[in-house]
Unconditional design. Structure first.
Length: 157
């Protein structure tokens, strides 16, 4: 079992905590890069654009509630790496997938683009909207949840 989604509601769907258990995943299991917001033109019957009075996801908080041995990064592929980030892909990651595949590209992004390694008790907060109400493509994110087998739990709000 690698992906279990549970939505707990306090009183309505506005306040929702999503817990994800990535389990003892197969080596190399990944969560493909995606945006947490809906494109403003995705539904003509709903206003998804906050700057025009609509509603869309404002922010995501990703809580790490377990440590992992290696891998498990949350990666933001449109952002450059931090100055202190190790940008060398380990041997185990380099040889998991054939060169040119999206999986091999994501492993490289986890080390060569801005990424956050899971550490129990840490959290990542990122915004889906800019200050002017426009949606922000830089919130594109994904994850290599088990380059080396590990149990990964996370919580999203």
């Amino acid at each position: 079992m690698c992906f279990v989604f549970v939505c707990l509601s306090v009183c309505d769907c506005i306040f929702c905590l999503q817990l994800i258990f990535f389990g003892f995943c197969v080596v190399g299991k990944m969560y493909k890069s995606h945006l947490d917001w809906f494109p403003p033109t995705s539904d003509p019957n709903f206003n998804w654009l906050p700057k025009n009075g609509g509603a869309n996801r404002f922010a995501t908080v990703f809580l790490y509630i377990s440590d992992v041995e290696e891998g498990g990064q949350t990666v933001f592929p449109l952002l450059p790496p931090s100055p202190t980030q190790n940008v060398t892909v380990p041997w185990e990651g380099e040889n998991l997938f054939a060169k040119g595949t999206w999986q091999n590209q994501m492993i490289h992004e986890c080390y060569e683009r801005f990424s956050v390694r899971p550490k129990k008790g840490d959290a990542v907060l990122f915004y889906s909207q800019r200050g002017d109400g426009e949606m922000d493509d830089r919130s594109l994110h994904g994850g290599a949840h088990s380059v080396i087998a590990a149990m990964v739990w996370s919580g999203l709000r």
